[in-house]
Design a protein around this ligand. Structure first.
Ligand code: GAR
Length: 202
């Protein structure tokens, strides 16, 4: 079965590009049915256009409240028969009106080893804290910010002479490798959630 992905973005879309590349190279048996951005100027929209993928801009302020926006977003994805939603730099919390439409079918990538450094500027937070290892996490999305069950993580060591920018670039490269692998693992359907733990055969 060819799965249908919906990718949600707010910015440059480099993780979107990593997913597009994985689909093109057949590392992922999926097609990207639609890209949705809540920001009209998002650079990722041009990446979707170059790949011939439909994209939609849905700025949240066009809806009266969070539930109305979440409902419209879910409906747009359901109309396109999306079966897995991938947040790729989508900088908005999704509430129950959205998550109940896609139970255990929404993934996010975050640039730290969660539960350390949730929220904004996770790379800078880790650098400033002085950790020796940080990384990237793909997790199921829950109503809690960066809080859902973890699918996969990649570790990135912090070097003694690192800068925050150099570290961020290495984390981003790790994200681009990790996200397609984690999507594949979820699409394979062999994993299951046991409480917070996502278990899959080795
Ligand atoms: C990525 O580093 C992603 O992990 C992060 O935003 C960046 C988006 O870059 N997401 C979060 O911090 C979510 N809490 P991209 O638009 O180039 O994929």
């Amino acid at each position: 079965m060819v799965h249908r992905l919906g990718v949600l973005i707010s910015g440059r879309g480099s993780n979107l590009q990593a997913i597009i590349d994985a689909v093109t190279d057949k590392r992922l048996a999926a097609e990207i049915a639609v890209v949705i951005s809540n920001v009209a100027e998002a650079g990722g929209l041009a990446r979707a256009a170059s790949a011939g993928i439909e994209s939609i801009v849905m700025p949240q302020h066009q809806w009266p409240d969070r539930d109305a926006f979440d409902g419209a977003l879910a409906a747009a994805l359901q109309r396109r028969r999306v079966d897995l939603v991938c947040l790729a730099g989508f900088m908005r919390l999704l509430g129950p009106a959205f998550l109940e439409a896609f139970p255990e079918r929404v993934l996010n990538i975050h640039p730290s080893l969660l539960p350390a450094f949730p929220g904004l500027d996770a790379q800078q937070q880790a650098f400033d804290y002085g950790v020796k290892v940080t990384g990237a996490t793909v997790h199921f999305v829950s109503a809690e910010l960066d809080g859902g069950p973890i699918v996969m993580q990649a570790a990135v060591p912090v070097a003694a002479d690192d800068t925050s920018d150099a570290l961020s670039a290495r984390i981003l490269a790790a994200e681009h490798r990790l996200y397609p692998q984690a999507i594949k693992r979820v699409l394979d359907g062999q994993g299951r959630l046991d409480g917070r733990r996502f278990l899959f055969p080795i």
